[in-house]
Design a binder for this molecule. Sequence first.
Ligand code: AMP
Length: 184
Amino acid sequence: MPPVAKVLHAGDPARMDLTQHLRDVPDFPKPGILFKDITPLLGNAAAMRETIARLSRMDFGKVDAIAAIESRGFLFGAPLAVQLGIGFVPIRKPGKLPWKTNRVEYALEYGTDTVEVHQDAVAKGQRVLLVDDVLATGGTMGAACKLIEACGATVAGCAFVIELDFLQGRKKLAGKQVQSVLHF
Ligand code: AMP
């Protein structure tokens, strides 16, 4: 039997325009920021399923665990981990994790912030895929990468649902494999 070419139909998830499930909110949380609101996407099971499917098809080589950043990263990282059949590691703001933690402090526009992970969350030599909803300036993901590497693991890559190309966040992630479902 000759191979049957895959024909995409209008109802095929692969053709779904996921941008239709995002809402732009101007001047949130402060003037000048165009906030990408993912709540319509979260509210639509078919769009969420397709988002997770597209993340799961990204090739980062062997991945042993997914780590995601509080809190919106969790919404995509945990279902992606289930889809890939691997464990999920939460990266959290300080003081939230109950067990012993490793931490990394990083610079914000004004001041600093900190991210933490449980010391036993990732094993030395593991390849960890980091996930977040939006890549903006890359500061948060850069800190998350440092944190995972401080635990002795390797960053397999960084996966985002949305990348704001004009902010050039991937420059901060130089040397890392970066892939995003949607670009603006
Ligand atoms: P970054 O500047 O890459 O460190 O972004 C920090 C965090 O803020 C990301 O994890 C995003 O969840 C969030 N974020 C930044 N810019 C936006 C935006 N325009 N719309 C929605 N979320 C954003």
